[in-house]
Design a binder for this molecule. Sequence first.
Ligand SMILES: CC(C)(COP(=O)(O)OP(=O)(O)OC[C@H]1O[C@@H](n2cnc3c(N)ncnc32)[C@H](O)[C@@H]1OP(=O)(O)O)[C@@H](O)C(=O)NCCC(=O)NCCS
Length: 166
Amino acid sequence: MKNVQSEVPAKAVKASSVEMVEVVLPNDANTFGTLFGGKVMQLIDIAGAIAARRHSRHLVVTAAVDSLAFHHPVKVGDLVILKASVNRTFKTSMEVGVKVWSENTISGELKHTASAYLTYVALNKKGKPTPIPSVIPETGEEKRRYDEAAFRRDSRLSSCAPEVNR
Ligand SMILES: CC(C)(COP(=O)(O)OP(=O)(O)OC[C@H]1O[C@@H](n2cnc3c(N)ncnc32)[C@H](O)[C@@H]1OP(=O)(O)O)[C@@H](O)C(=O)NCCC(=O)NCCS
C-alpha cells in the first residue's frame, strides 16, 4: 500500500496492537476498595502510548484524551486488561483506541470497564512533530474505527481551537 505520510511503509493495525494486564493492588485502590480512577487513566495512557510508539517507531506525546466514562468499578485482586490499537493515522498524529476490562480470576467474569480515544503526536529527535506511517485497517471492526476516527478528529480539532472557527 502506498504511504502518503512518511517514507516508512504503511503498517497493519495488528502490528502495533497492545494487550496489557495488571493485578489491582491495595495501593491502587480508593476508599471503597476499588481501583482509583486516576490509576485507570494512567494505565490507559501507557497502553495507548505503547501502541503509538510501536506504530510510529518514534517517541510520542499525548495531545488529547477524549471523554472517558467508567462503567464498572474494579475490585482489589481483580485483573485489569487493556487493549490498545491505532485506529487512524494522520500526518504526524494518530488516534489510538483503548478498551479496558476487569476480570475476576476466580469466576472468570469479564466486565467492560472503560473506553477512551487518545491522540498521540510523534516527535523527532528535535522534539518536533514528524510524519508517521499510514495504518492499514484490515478487519470490519478496524475499518469501522478508521472511518469513525475522521469524524472524531474533526470535532476534536474544532473544539480545541475555537478561535479558528469564529
Ligand atoms: C501536541 C504538540 C506536540 C503539538 O504541537 P504543535 O506545535 O501544535 O504541532 P502542530 O500544530 O504541527 O500539530 C501537530 C499534530 O498535532 C495535532 N494536534 C495538536 N493539538 C491537538 C489536539 N489538541 N488534539 C488532537 N490533535 C492535536 C495536529 O492536528 C497535528 O496533527 P497532524 O500532523 O496529524 O495533522 C504540542 O502541543 C505539545 O507538545 N503539547 C504537550 C504534550 C504533552 O505534554 N502531553 C502530556 C505528556 S506526554
